[in-house]
Design a protein around this ligand. Structure first.
Ligand SMILES: CC(C)(COP(=O)(O)OP(=O)(O)OC[C@H]1O[C@@H](n2cnc3c(N)ncnc32)[C@H](O)[C@@H]1OP(=O)(O)O)[C@@H](O)C(=O)NCCC(=O)NCCS
Length: 234
């Protein structure tokens, strides 16, 4: 692994009010960086998948080192979720040319979720699969370039929120189960506010009521979104 591929991520760190540690990699990271217990999860995977999995683990290892946690094998749970060390919340995302990880002590955040997507990736024909009827009406009323960004954001926000809530609830949510609201404003500045509201019961017991607030940023070819839930009350 080339260490210079990894760097602290201001882009991801800026998505959170919670104190998080964020790292990103913009170039491939080889599978030789994987620990033995991690490598077994991608032994039969295709080259691209091995690369993104290795990049995520390398970013996670670097981030965990900031919490003085070293040599921790980041295993994969039954539902593909990363199994973070006791007392740590975290999230991983990867897309073409970008991999990112955020972690925090659970005294800072009960759970974290991040997602990165390509801005043009959610084509118009896909909108009805990821958007609620209200979101569809909103997207259709926007100018085309803004609509492309906002469709990618709706997708990204739902994926990020899904990753954030899953470790706490173990609930599977469909794209129709939550709706996304976006802070209006200039297109290319960030981070900006985004929030998610359930359209059915979501059992986030012990946490504040919805809407759940996150942040997003449009940067270069990417839209990135992050959700962080406050620590559980003792
Ligand atoms: C899990 C899921 C969100 C991943 O999103 P993606 O855009 O395909 O891929 P990303 O690269 O951004 O994220 C992948 C990472 O998510 C993490 N992840 C996977 N399953 C997860 C889960 N159940 N809970 C939390 N994190 C999970 C993993 O760390 C994975 O990377 P890794 O396998 O290398 O460790 C998506 O595949 C999925 O299953 N979604 C379920 C439906 C949904 O999103 N509904 C939205 C309604 S709220």
């Amino acid at each position: 692994m080339r260490r210079e591929n990894l760097r602290a991520s201001r882009l991801l760190g800026g998505l959170f009010a919670n104190r998080v540690i964020a790292f990103e990699a913009r170039e491939p990271i080889g599978p030789e960086s994987l620990l033995e217990e991690e490598a077994r999860y991608v032994r039969r995977a295709v080259h691209k998948r091995v690369g993104e999995f290795a990049a995520g683990r390398a970013c996670a290892r670097r981030a965990l080192a900031e919490l003085a946690i070293t040599s921790f094998p980041l295993r994969v749970g039954a539902d593909r979720e990363p199994l973070w060390p006791e007392g740590v919340a975290g999230s991983i995302t990867h897309t073409a040319g970008f991999c990112g990880v955020v972690v925090a002590r659970t005294t800072e955040a009960a759970s974290l979720g991040i997602d990165a997507e390509q801005r043009g990736a959610v084509h118009r024909r896909l909108w009805r699969h990821i958007a609620t009827p209200e979101e569809l009406r909103w997207l259709e009323a926007l100018a085309p370039s803004r609509a492309a960004d906002m469709a990618a954001l709706v997708f990204s926000a739902k994926e990020a929120f899904f990753k954030c809530q899953f470790p706490l609830t173990r609930e599977w949510l469909s794209f129709a189960d939550v709706s996304v609201s976006v802070e209006p404003g200039a297109v290319r500045t960030g981070p900006r506010a985004v929030s998610v509201t359930p359209r059915r019961r979501v059992a986030l017991r012990g946490l504040p009521p919805p809407p759940w607030a996150g942040r997003y940023a449009l940067r270069g070819s990417l839209v990135v979104t992050g959700f962080g839930l406050p620590p559980r009350e003792r």
